[in-house]
Write a protein that binds this ligand. Structure first.
Ligand code: 13P
Ligand code: SF4
Length: 315
């Protein structure tokens, strides 16, 4: 059933009213559509959103993001209702690490500490010793005693970057994010040729050849802070283009150019089709009807909680 709003109110006003009535909070990732970011109570990167989810007093969490993020919010709040506007909002990176195959790998390396990037399913989290995000991954790796061998999953690009940063050799799972692997080095260099004073900033889920030409590498929030806190005024941004909304709001006087994708597309950028499955209408309907809801077994949540808590304790 689709709920239609009375014509005299905007969807945004109706949503605000519903939120109050139901004591709900809307958490949104920076990759969401601008109109969703505008109605959110809190916008953040994966780590900030996990922290917010852990401390919210709201009864209902509407997660405007993708499935693994909403799952993490549910694991941190087993007794609360966690809603995701579109249950099909998945993640290529999370999908690249199926639990059965990951269990097999773990069995072959029983002495390894398992570090997983938060972009994985709840079941993979139950197989992890500690979770990390792109904001705290270096800290997490450095917290593991140097003599302990590490399995890092599922993102091979972030894993390679972390091996270079920390000097730790790790066994990497062969997973990747389609959005961050979509950037074209040739087109990026051509664009840079047209803006030689620009600083190239990149997310560590990007491929090695993109990271090699970047002036700054960091998580979504790291990139936002870099753009805000440096004196440079032109940036080529190699991450999902949704971040440009908040970035431009933070520094309206600076020039922000999305890094181009290999494919010739209309936005000349890289967008996450999963993140963009959520719309304002779906967000409204999901809170009105309190569905689709994230449901996980108590046992799964209990097992997946420990590695997330370990990460939060370190952050
Ligand atoms: P962060 O929010 O940790 O920067 O991760 C980016 C991402 O790809 C989320 O899906
Ligand atoms: Fe997954 Fe990549 Fe989309 Fe993030 S941007 S949700 S890692 S597919």
């Amino acid at each position: 059933m689709t709920v239609s709003t009375p014509p005299e109110f905007t969807l945004q006003e109706e949503l605000a009213q519903l939120k109050k009535e139901k004591n709900a909070v809307i958490l949104a990732h920076y990759y969401q559509e601008p109109e969703i970011q505008e109605v959110a109570d809190f916008i953040g990167d994966s780590l900030e959103l996990a922290k917010k989810a852990a401390e919210t007093p709201a009864d209902i969490i509407v997660f405007a993001g993708v499935h693994f993020m909403a799952e993490t919010a549910k694991i941190l709040n087993p007794s609360k209702k966690v809603l995701l506007p579109d249950l099909n909002a998945g993640c290529s990176l999370a999908d690249s690490c199926p639990p059965k195959a990951f269990r097999e790998l773990k069995k072959q390396y029983p002495d390894h500490v398992v570090v997983t990037y938060i972009n994985c399913s709840a079941e993979i989290k139950t197989l992890s010793d500690i979770v990390c995000t792109s904001s705290n991954a270096e800290k997490v790796i450095n917290s593991i005693p140097p003599e302990k061998p590490i399995i890092f999953a599922p993102d091979k690009n972030l894993g390679k970057y972390l091996m270079q940063k920390t000097g730790r050799k790790m066994l990497l799972w062969d997973g990747a994010c389609i959005v961050h692997e979509a950037f074209s080095l040739d087109k990026l260099l051509e664009l840079y040729g047209q803006h030689p004073s620009a600083k190239i900033i990149a997310h560590p889920e990007s491929e090695d050849h993109i990271l090699k030409v970047a002036n700054y590498i960091g998580s979504t929030s790291g990139m936002l802070n870099f753009v805000k806190n440096t004196e440079h005024d032109t940036f080529i941004v190699a991450t999902e283009a949704g971040i440009l909304h908040q970035m431009q709001k933070d520094v309206p006087w600076k020039t922000l150019i999305p890094a181009p994708a290999k494919e010739d597309n209309t936005c000349a950028c890289s967008e996450c089709a999963f993140m963009k499955m959520n719309t304002l209408e779906k967000l409204y309907n999901c809170l009105a009807e309190e569905t689709p809801e994230i449901t996980l077994s108590q046992d799964l949540m209990k097992k997946a909680l420990r590695p997330i808590e370990r990460m939060l304790e370190l952050s």
